[in-house]
Ligand binder design. Structure first.
Ligand code: ZN
Length: 185
């Protein structure tokens, strides 16, 4: 298994809707294992395939005692729109905001063996599922911010020189992202 490099804003892969995997794929075990290892390495609660440069609809998660992966997820949401708990993103390190998310979510799909899977959760788990499915649609959580948070996030991305920073080692990046979404564990 390998820890994969995590793509960060403004890498275009993060803005590209991922392709459906579809039935019959038997070659995804390795990718899923590498995604788990990468997510664990940085202490993340979720990781979507585009974050490691793979444009397929797959995500892994380890949040509030549930751990798994979903291929071609179908997301259903319910409940109120809430702003707590907040969120960050391994691909946008250093920022943390509180976009509105539905309080409950159910995600269904298949696993790497092609078996049907379904997971449900509230609060942080529901937020994680919505965040990861957004990644598969080419959307980042900062896109869901409104008002002052939206302005503030854009200024901070600009001031932090996102997109100009190159040569960051994986070890440095791992340190910088550990306080991100993973910091909720
Ligand atoms: Zn993310």
């Amino acid at each position: 298994m390998s820890v994969l490099p995590i793509r960060t804003f403004p890498d275009p892969v993060l803005r590209t809707p991922a392709a459906a995997v579809g039935p019959g794929r038997t070659d995804l075990h390795r990718l899923v294992q590498d995604m788990f290892e990468t997510m664990d390495d940085v202490g993340g609660v979720g990781l979507a395939a585009p974050q490691v440069g793979v444009g397929l609809r797959i995500f892994t998660f380890d949040v509030e005692g549930q751990r798994g992966h979903v291929i071609d997820p179908v997301l259903r949401t319910d409940g109120e729109l809430v702003t707590e708990p907040g969120e960050g993103c391994l691909s946008v390190p250093g920022l943390r905001y509180h976009p509105e998310r539905y309080a409950e979510a159910v995600v269904s799909g298949v696993d790497a063996a092609g078996e049907p899977v379904e997971y449900r959760g509230e609060g942080l788990t529901a937020r994680c599922f919505q965040h990861e499915v957004d990644h598969l649609d080419g959307m980042l959580y900062i896109d869901r911010l409104t008002g002052q948070d939206r302005k503030d996030s854009r200024r901070r991305l600009r001031d932090a020189g996102y997109g100009r920073v190159t040569g960051t080692t994986q070890a440095d990046r791992a340190k910088s992202v550990s306080s991100s979404f993973g910091g909720l564990r």
